[in-house]
Design a protein around this ligand. Sequence first.
Ligand code: PLP
Length: 397
Amino acid sequence: TKSLAAWIDRVTPSATAQLEQQVEAMLAEGETLLLLGLGEPDFSAPSHVKQAAIGAIEHNFSKYTATGGIMPLKRAIAQKLRESTRVVYEPDEVMATVGGKHALFNAVNVLCCEGDQVIIPMPYWVSFPEQVKFAGGEPIMVQTDAATGYKLTAEQLESLVTARTKAVILNSPNNPSGAVYSAAELSRLADVCKRHDLWVISDEVYAEFQFTPEGHCSIAAVEGMKERTIVIHSLSKGYGMTGWRLGMAAGPSRIIGAMTVLQSHTTSNPSTMVQQAAVAALTGPQDSIHAVQADYRNRREAVVEGVRQLPGISCEQPDGAFYVWADIGAWIGKQLGGRRIAGADEFCAAVLEDCRIVLMPGSAFGSSRHVRISFSASPAAIEEGLTRLKDWLTRHV
Ligand code: PLP
């Protein structure tokens, strides 16, 4: 038979698939595991949001809609992004998508042609380079480290630009590092983007989890950047609605129009009843959601304090999102429970087997000397997990 499409050889399957399979098998056997690697919040949609979805179903609000979303949702998205980015968006400059991942996919695929380079700072969210490769582009990975708070600097960006550079993908607050770019840092990066005529895909899906005094800043708000930035957002993280699959994008109407054409030939509109729920989420009362978001600030303190007491492990305090990016470098080459630790994958496998704790190996995000510890787990699970880890690691020192 003839071969499959060429992208299949370019795109890497999920780096954490093996660990996930092992976890699934253990859970299926009835084992109790502490899940500290999760990428989703532990709260759910407020009840008025659920009621809106139920009402939509009962009223047969269940037919196709406009591809980019019903007008009340587009207006609600424009308003939401006006507040979070401090950029004025009109309804024709926004669209609803099937999750933030889908918004990113649309954006990458309307920007990238064969051979285009897209600059991606490391550590990165797992799908960024794969989506670029899928589109035929070339991801240009750039290492960041603790010295710059895991942030891309303007000098680094400048040094990577070539005639083929099309775009840069920024993610603030960052998954997995928790790094948050300040307005001043974004303004310096924006200078480089304007000088070299680069697009920016700005993934802001963690904007609600923000622990700096300055608050969330979007590069789209820098003078001259709205016209070259696609902002990506989602109800997944901030509203605890990962499974509802409702994302959004904002940018120049030319780009949003092209993304809508692509979406019209692939998924069509996001689920109609979910759109009604999304209007309720964005325009209804925000107090309960603000309260749970604020609770994550307290969890952050507890996790950082706990992680810093683990022998051989260090971390920066995350300024946003709900992850601690822990450096396990001191354990590399050592023995843990009879296993030689070559990197984060072996470290996480040992932690899973000996402590019954699931952590996310940094290899999924481009670093084998880090693990991602999530504070979206309950405070009790976090406390229990960190105590278990400390006792176990202490026995191996
Ligand atoms: N961007 C980042 C940085 C993420 O961590 C995630 C989810 O893990 C997404 C985008 C996509 O989220 P969703 O498609 O659920 O909106």
